[in-house]
Ligand binder design. Sequence first.
Ligand SMILES: NC(=O)c1ccc(N[C@@H]2CC[C@@H](O)C2)nc1
Length: 246
Amino acid sequence: MNIQAITLFPEMFDSITQYGVTGRAHKQGIWQFRAINPRQFADNKLGYIDDRPFGGGVGMVMMAEPLFQAIESAKQNLSGSLKVIYLSPQGAPLTHKKVVELSQWDNLILLCGRYEGVDERVLQTCVDEEISIGDFVVSGGELPAMMLMDAVLRLVPDVLGDMASAEQDSFANGLLDYPHYTRPTEFQGMAVPDVLKSGNHALIAEWRFEQSLRRTLLRRPDLLDGRDLLPQEIRLLDKIRQESNG
Ligand SMILES: NC(=O)c1ccc(N[C@@H]2CC[C@@H](O)C2)nc1
C-alpha cells in the first residue's frame, strides 16, 4: 500500500513510519509513505500558503493553489486504485467497516489541514472523501491521518506479521476486546482467572467470548444493535442481563 500525506509538518509522520509495527513494516517495504509539503508550491517568494478568510472571521484559511499542486504532484506515477481523503470533523465517521474498505486501496492521499481549514474549492475538485475520527476538533489533520493510517495498516497483509491479532482486535468481530493478563499470576492480591491457566483452549475461547459480550453489553450496548445474534449469543446475553439485574 502506498500512502502520501499533504502536510505542513512532514516530520510528524515519523511517529508512524519509525516506530512500532507500522514502523517495522515500513522499513521492510511492506508499505510506502511520502509526505508532500504544500509550501514548496507557494507561488510567492515568502511561501504563503494561507490567507485571510473571505467574509471575515478569526484565523486563516489554506489557499487552494498550493494544495491543488501538491495533490497533483502526489498523483504522479501512481499505479492502481487511488482515493484522496480529507480529514475533518465534517467528514463521515471512521468505523471498522470503513477501515476495512480503505485497506483494499492501492494508493491513499491524505490531505491534512491546519488553521481554520482549507479553501472549499480544493475539496470540490480534488477530494474523494471527507473522514472524521471523532466528534472533536484538533489543531491539524496530521494526527487524525496517522490514526486512520494505523488502523488501515493493521489490516494490510504482513504488516502485523500475525494476521490473527488483527482479526482478534476489538470491532473486528463487532465486540469489545476481552480482558488480558500476563505474569505474575498474582498482582497486589489480584489473581489471574483460573480458566486462563487451565490450558483448555475451548474453555478459554468461550470465557473470552463471554467477556467480550459482557463488556459490550455493559459499556457499548449500541454495538449490539446492528448485530444479528447467534442462538448461543442470545442465551449468553440473557444470562448476563439476569446477573446484572441482580
Ligand atoms: N475529528 C477529526 O477527524 C478532525 C480532523 C481534522 C481536525 N482539524 C483540522 C485542522 C483544520 C482543518 O483542516 C481540520 N480536527 C478533527
